[in-house]
Design a protein around this ligand. Structure first.
Ligand code: SAH
Length: 392
C-alpha cells in the first residue's frame, strides 16, 4: 500500500482525530497512489497515524480510520452497522410515521465523502469523494446486508457531487433493485422523491424537525414558503392549519414537485398556490399579507472567498422579509452554507433587522437534526443554521 509521510509536527490535528490531511502537511509519498486509493499515513518518525482515501486537491487524505485496519467489506459493514444503530437509537429509523432519514452523514459518521439517505425501501448513495466512488460496490454490498429486510433498492447518485477533473465517467443508476415507487414519508406526510434528477439525494432531509416546529406555528397564519423546492415546509404548514400557503421557487421543476406533493397530502385544497419566480422579484412585488415567512435559500457561499458576498445576500434577503412581514409575524430564516458560521449568519440577520427598525426577538436557534450528526473532532460538519424570529 502507498504511504503518505507527514512533515515533522504535522500530525497534531490527526492526534486530535481531525479527519483530513492537507496537502501542505505532506513531506513525500511513497508509491504513486491513484486518486481514491487507500493510503497509510505515517508521521515524520514513521509512526502510523491514520488510513484514508487519497485525493488530489487541498485535502489530500480523508481519514477512514485512526487504527491500522484493512478497508475491506467487513470495515464498511461495521461502519454502516454503527450508523444504522444510531438512527434506531434516536428513533428516526423506528418511527412508523417516518421512513425518511439520513443514514450516513460523511465525517459525522466517520465516513468522509459518503452520504446515504433512506427513503422507504430505497437508499440513495452519494459519493462526494473519488475514494467513496471507487468503493461504491463494496459499500452497496455491505449496505444491503446491514439493512436486509428494510431496503430493497440502492440508487447511486453522484453525477453532480464528484470532482469533474477526476473524469470517472460515473453514471447515476440503481446498484440494487430498481423500484419505480418513489413516495416516501416524513412525520406522516408523503412526498415524491426524484432520485433520478432531484437536487441532493432528491429531498432535503435535514429540515425534518424544523418543518415540524413550523407546523406548530402555522395555525391561522398566511404563509410564504420562499425557496420551497419540493414544498416540504408548505405541506407541514397546511397540516398545521395555515389560512393560506404560497410556495415560491425560481425553478419550474421545483414548483411542479411542490404542487404534486401538496396534491398527495391535501388533494384539491384551495389554500395552496405555487409560483415559479425569482425570490428577490417576488419579495419586491409582494404585499404585506404574510405573517409567517420561511427563507431557506441555497448555499450562498460554497467557498471561503465567497463569504462576503454571501453575507450580503443573507442581509438583503432578510431585510426584505423584515420590511414586509405583518406585525406579530414569525420568520424562519436559514443558511446551509458550511463556510458561514452561526455568528456570521446571526450578524447578517441582525443587520437586516436593524435596517428595518423593527423590534425582533429570537424564539429558537435551529440546526441540523440528529441524523446529520457532527463529529466532535470535525466542527466543520455543523452547516445548517436557522433562526425563528418574532417580528413585532
Ligand atoms: N426549503 C427547501 C429546500 C430549498 S433548496 C426544502 O425544505 O426542501 C433551495 C431552492 O432555492 C432550490 O429549489 C432552488 O431552485 C431555489 N432557488 C435558487 N435560487 C433562487 C432564486 N433566486 N429565487 C427563488 N428560488 C431560488
Amino acid at each position: 500500500m502507498n504511504i503518505v509521510y507527514l512533515k515533522k509536527g504535522k500530525e497534531e490535528s490527526l492526534k486530535r482525530f481531525h479527519p483530513w490531511v492537507f496537502s501542505g502537511a505532506i513531506h513525500h509519498i511513497e508509491g504513486e497512489p491513484a486518486e481514491g486509493e487507500v493510503v497509510r499515513v505515517l508521521t515524520a518518525d514513521r509512526q502510523f497515524i491514520a488510513i484514508g482515501h487519497y485525493q488530489i486537491g487541498s485535502i489530500a487524505v480523508r481519514v477512514l480510520s485512526f487504527v491500522d485496519e484493512p478497508v475491506d467489506e467487513a470495515f464498511w459493514h461495521r461502519r454502516l452497522a454503527v450508523a444504522y444503530d444510531m438512527r434506531r437509537a434516536i428513533g428516526v429509523a423506528t418511527n412508523p410515521l417516518n421512513n425518511t432519514y439520513r443514514l450516513v452523514h460523511g465525517e459525522g459518521d466517520n465516513l468522509p465523502g459518503l452520504v446515504i439517505d433512506v427513503y422507504g425501501r430505497t437508499a440513495v448513495v452519494q459519493a462526494h469523494s473519488v475514494g467513496m466512488h471507487v468503493y461504491r460496490q463494496e459499500i452497496a454490498h455491505a449496505l444491503a446486508d446491514v439493512m436486509k429486510g428494510v431496503i430493497e433498492n440502492i440508487y447511486y447518485k453522484s453525477e453532480t457531487t464528484l470532482p469533474f477533473k477526476a473524469d470517472l465517467g460515473q453514471e447515476n443508476g440503481f446498484i440494487l433493485g430498481g423500484s419505480a415507487d418513489n413516495v416516501a414519508m416524513e412525520n406522516g406526510l408523503n412526498f415524491h422523491v426524484d432520485w433520478l434528477k432531484g437536487q441532493k439525494t432528491g429531498f432535503f432531509v435535514d429540515q425534518r424537525e424544523n418543518r415540524a416546529l413550523l407546523e406548530r406555528y402555522s395555525r391561522d397564519r398566511s404563509v410564504l414558503n420562499m425557496f420551497c423546492y419540493t414544498g416540504g415546509f408548505s405541506f407541514y404548514a397546511m397540516r398545521g392549519g395555515a389560512k393560506l400557503v404560497h410556495s415560491v421557487d425560481s425553478s419550474a421543476k421545483a414548483i411542479d414537485l411542490t404542487n404534486k406533493n401538496v396534491e398527495l397530502n391535501f388533494p384539491g385544497d384551495p389554500r395552496h398556490t405555487a409560483y415559479a419566480e425569482d425570490a428577490f422579484k417576488y419579495l419586491d412585488r409582494m404585499g404585506d399579507q404574510y405573517d409567517l415567512i420561511i427563507l431557506d435559500p441555497p448555499a450562498f457561499a460554497k467557498h471561503k472567498d465567497a463569504l462576503r458576498n454571501a453575507l450580503q445576500g443573507y442581509r438583503k434577503l432578510n431585510a426584505k422579509a423584515f420590511e414586509k412581514i405583518k406585525p406579530g409575524g414569525i420568520l424562519f430564516t436559514f443558511s446551509c452554507s458550511q463556510v458561514v458560521t452561526k455568528d456570521n449568519f446571526r450578524t447578517a440577520v441582525f443587520t437586516a433587522a436593524a435596517m428595518s427598525g423593527r423590534s425582533v426577538r429570537i424564539l429558537h436557534q435551529l440546526t441540523q437534526p440528529a441524523d446529520h450528526p457532527v463529529n466532535i473532532y470535525h466542527p466543520e460538519g455543523e452547516y445548517l443554521k436557522g433562526l425563528v424570529l418574532y417580528v413585532e
